[in-house]
Design a protein around this ligand. Structure first.
Ligand code: SAM
Length: 310
């Protein structure tokens, strides 16, 4: 086999055929098996993802061919996500280190960051919080977009924060971004932010169990949010008010749990933006929107007896 496959193009074609034949699950940053195969092959070879097509005919060394065959097998047979095999995922046009301790970045919030949260964010934030930061992709992309802002990145997982800290360093924002190990707001008491962005866990436990094998490689802590997916979103809605400035904005992703959240909390106002590049289930709340929903969310949590630890 290693003799039959020689060029970059051969391996992209082979990886795509194997993925199609095995009907691998997509959804972790790629829309097609061809896109995913291109990324796997090019980034495994340390080549740019937008490499000019002329290089596709380049011959590979035997060591490169062996590495690619191994990774293609791991992707197809063990359903290991390509981002974990390569150790990298792209978000808002930039690369981030990833590993099994963090969710593979894919939030539609990237699009909102790139448009500076317009027209919902009314003033440039001096301080930004990425709550439930995982790899840190949201907070770091926001740090790039708002070049004078200080950014706190919070996660409960020390392993995830180690990756976020690496990404903060790699992106050259270490002088104005800090990583805080914390259960939601516990570690940032007394702070106020002009922008709080959160992509927390919001998938119902049974739905996580039913996800394809690829998603079982991601940390359960990043996905699971109780029986109906609402545990973390409700805690965030109940607690955020004290941490947002008067002219600030809370951006909260709840994905397909949006309907359940609106059913449970009809008081929830705000705006649900549409996305040009796909995705939905993100709500933008002003300080007033948050004030109106904080007590109903807290009351609901009391009734449910939910706890931070789930
Ligand atoms: C859906 S992932 C999002 C990661 C990243 N923001 C992104 O968009 O790729 C959710 C993250 O929340 C973290 N998390 C779960 N419970 C938490 C809690 N109570 N406090 C802080 N972080 C928490 C998980 O460790 C995980 O990294």
């Amino acid at each position: 086999m290693t003799d039959e496959l020689q060029s970059i193009c051969d391996f992209i074609r082979y990886a795509t055929s194997r993925a199609n034949c095995a009907k691998v699950a997509l959804g972790q940053g790629f829309d097609s098996t061809l896109d995913e195969a291109c990324f796997l092959v090019l980034r495994s070879l340390h080549l740019p993802p937008d490499m000019p097509p002329a290089y596709a005919a380049a011959q590979l060394t035997s060591a490169e061919r062996a590495l690619l065959l191994e990774r293609i097998e791991q992707r197809v047979e063990q359903c290991i996500p390509t981002a974990y095999l390569v150790g990298e995922a792209w978000f808002a046009g930039a690369p981030y280190r990833v590993g099994p301790a963090v969710l593979i970045p894919r939030s539609p919030i990237a699009e909102l960051i790139q448009s500076s949260f317009q027209p919902w964010l009314h003033s440039e934030p001096a301080r930004i919080l990425d709550l439930c930061c995982g790899s840190g992709c949201i907070g770091i992309a926001a740090a790039h977009q708002f070049a004078d802002a200080e950014v706190d990145l919070v996660d409960i997982s020390a392993e995830a924060l180690a990756i976020a800290a690496h990404n903060v360093d790699e992106h050259g924002v270490v002088h104005r971004a800090r990583c805080v190990e914390s259960d939601l707001y516990a570690g940032v008491q007394g702070q106020r932010y002009g922008l709080i962005v959160s992509n927390p866990p919001y998938v119902p436990n049974a739905e996580v169990d039913a996800l394809p094998a690829e998603f079982q490689h991601e940390p359960g802590l990043a996905l699971r949010s109780g029986d109906d997916g609402l545990d973390l979103p409700l805690l965030i809605l109940a607690q955020s008010s004290a941490f947002l400035t008067d002219d600030g904005l809370l951006v909260l992703e709840v994905g397909a749990t949006a309907d359940a959240l609106l059913d449970a909390l009809p008081e929830l106002g705000g705006h649900w933006p549409e996305f040009e590049h796909g995705g939905d289930g993100v709500v933008m709340l002003s300080a007033d929107d948050l004030l109106a929903v904080a007590e109903p969310a807290a009351e609901l949590l009391r009734q449910r007896g939910a706890s931070n630890g789930r």
